[in-house]
Design a protein around this ligand. Sequence first.
Ligand SMILES: [Zn+2]
Length: 305
Amino acid sequence: MFIVVRWGFFMGKIVVDRFNVKASLYLLTHAHTDHMRGLRKGWSKGPILCSEETGRVIQALYGVPKSLIPTIAPGEEIKVFGAVIKAYDANHCPGALMFKVEREEEGDDKGKVEVYTGDFRLNDRMRGILHEFEGADVCYLDMTYNNPCFMFPPQSHAIQQVIEVLETCEGKDSFVGIYNIGKNKVVKAVSKHFGVPVYVPERTYRVYQALDMGEIVTKNMEDTCISAYSRGFLEKPKVDSPLFYKISMGYTVIPTGWACIMKPRNRRGRRIEYVAYSEHNDYYELQEFIKTIKPKKIVNFHRGK
Ligand SMILES: [Zn+2]
């Protein structure tokens, strides 16, 4: 599918996952905060090109007007500001995209191909389109787990492990580490398996509503004994938090790629279990991606994270 989009008559700069600079078009791979630096309430700097799901999330969280959110679906191309931009499913959080940008404007960059992976995890569907990235001039790459010690099981296996851990809780309060957006597959599977919604804080609830996944979560703690919060909140609940006692007496499972280097631990008498669930590539998937597409240059945008 090929769409030509024009906003006004000016030609200008395109930036990806960055909102604290002036640009004519902002590309957003997905709605994780480390990819939205500079995006604030009252946004009016310019159009943000993203998936429909990501668009709904940034409307819900930042009130970005719909008129400033042109959307693109995986497989679609847009020709704008002297570039052809194509989107691909990133197999990360809901709505996450990868972009290929091919420069068409006259000048030194004419014909230059850049791939912006955002965060992603290789799967068989993606393997089928990797030839489209082959020989890219620059690949801005998610290298979060670029170490041979990171080897992840399929997500379905990890989700099953999370459920098995929660089954041992026997109706006690139990907690799962998630993000506002991301690890939704875990929440969905847990809700389905136990037949109850998962309690999430207000901001996370708004994101699930925006993603049409509101039925698997609740804002009412009385509805369920399973709650989901951020990993940091669960690992170190603040002593003055009204939830401190509940979390301290409960059982916590953290699905994270970092599980490969973490051990189950007891913190102040409570057990925290880590499960190697990841929405990023492990080291071996990353190597496969690089060897297949053979980019001329790689930029690790997570360096220094
Ligand atoms: Zn991410």
